[in-house]
Design a protein around this ligand. Structure first.
Ligand SMILES: *Cc1c(COP(=O)(O)O)cnc(C)c1O
Length: 364
């Protein structure tokens, strides 16, 4: 017999990705692995063409449009290969042989997107924060109106910077939203193509969501391998080949949770409260300092270091004692990074803030 599924509630999960998911999503996903929709079969062993699973895929595609407020001019598909495959796919589908694409270079992921696009054709980097270790969002640029498209990264997961506004663009606006999709209210119709790896804020690793305006496709003049052609996946209703069945199911559950909680506006409110609680403490506490320009601070990945690096090990130990997990900063920034994705409860942030306060009292 299968034992009932229980999870420890005690670990405060600040992992940058794969990141925290709502408890109830994990429970529902576990149930579906055991017996999917009372079919007597595991979700892991049914056909993706079964009517039960086709309904899952349809809902997983529809709910993205509902939450983002996208109309019928957009299609939603789920693909394998991570957000990293989209770096190449975007260029393959949108970059013509004799023109160029415009990019901003705001972090390691943006730089990788640029690298892949350059394999396909010409790229102009219109703004970069690389010389400041990506600690701010450049704003002093205009999007050229003769480029094939403009690509930006809404939230720089590693450095903890976030675009608060997006430039006016006369050309298709493409955005890597892997680490802040569904976290805040935006006019999503300003984007022509949005992509996001699921494992930061919408599900487990293994699926990437792409929402694309049909009208921008089919113009690159390239012969595109079928698996890299957005149109082929759209025509196949995101089942041209076997889709990432289980990750897409978990994405559907997570987005249904978002909808039930009150949609993106409710997530934004939650995330603002969490981010402000922690940033206030980072700014108040004499031992810590934020690593990014204040006006560009991310409300998903909050990066900070200790003024005295030699105290980092003792602080890490205090985190461990408090059951705080995943707070280590990326090696390119050092220090600490608190990823406070949608599913993270504010109680976990409060525990972290309490540890910081206590540590100040004993170590300042
Ligand atoms: C994590 C991340 C990626 C890479 O995602 P993979 O799914 O590992 O390919 C790309 N862009 C951003 C903004 C990310 O946070």
């Amino acid at each position: 017999m299968v034992k009932p599924i229980t999870m420890s509630q005690k670990v405060h999960n600040f992992s940058a990705g794969p990141g925290i998911l709502p408890d109830e999503v994990i429970q529902q996903a576990a149930q579906a692995v055991l017996n999917f929709n009372s079919t007597g079969l595991s979700l892991l062993e049914i056909s993706h063409r079964s009517k039960e699973y086709v309904a899952v895929m349809d809902e997983a595609r529809d709910i993205v449009k509902r939450l983002l407020g996208l109309g019928d001019d957009y299609d939603v598909i789920y693909l394998g290969g991570g957000a990293s495959l989209q770096f190449a796919m975007v260029a393959y589908n949108l970059l013509t042989v004799d023109n160029y694409a415009a990019y901003t270079n705001t972090g390691v992921w943006a730089k990788k997107a640029i690298k892949e696009a350059k394999m396909m054709g010409k790229v102009t980097v219109v703004a970069s924060s690389e010389d400041k270790n990506y600690n701010f969002i450049p704003k002093d640029y205009t999007v050229p109106n003769d480029a094939d498209y403009f690509h930006c990264t809404s939230n720089n997961t590693i450095y903890g910077t976030q675009m608060k506004a997006f430039p006016k663009s006369a050309v298709p606006l493409v955005c890597d939203m892997s680490s802040d999709i569904f976290s805040r209210v935006l006019d999503f119709t300003q984007f022509d193509l949005i992509y996001a790896g699921a494992q930061k804020n919408m599900g487990p690793a293994g699926a990437t969501m792409v929402a694309v305006k049909k009208s921008i496709l089919g113009k690159s003049g390239r012969i595109i391998p079928s698996m890299l052609d957005y149109n082929i996946h759209i025509e196949g209703e995101s089942m041209y080949n076997t889709p990432p069945v289980f990750p897409v199911y978990c994405v559907m559950l997570t987005l249904q949770w978002v909808e039930k909680m009150g949609g993106i506006a409710a997530m934004e409110k939650r995330n603002n409260a969490k981010a402000e609680l922690l940033y206030n403490e980072i700014d108040r506490n004499s031992l810590f300092v934020g690593t990014t320009a204040k006006e560009d601070r991310s409300y998903m990945n909050l990066c900070f270091v200790m003024k005295d690096e030699s105290k980092e090990e003792a602080f890490s130990q205090a985190l461990k004692v408090a059951n705080i997990s995943g707070l280590k900063g990326h090696r390119s920034v050092g220090g600490f990074r608190a990823s406070i994705y949608n599913a993270l409860p504010i109680e976990s942030v409060q525990v972290l803030v309490d540890v910081m306060k206590q540590f100040e009292q004993t170590h300042a």
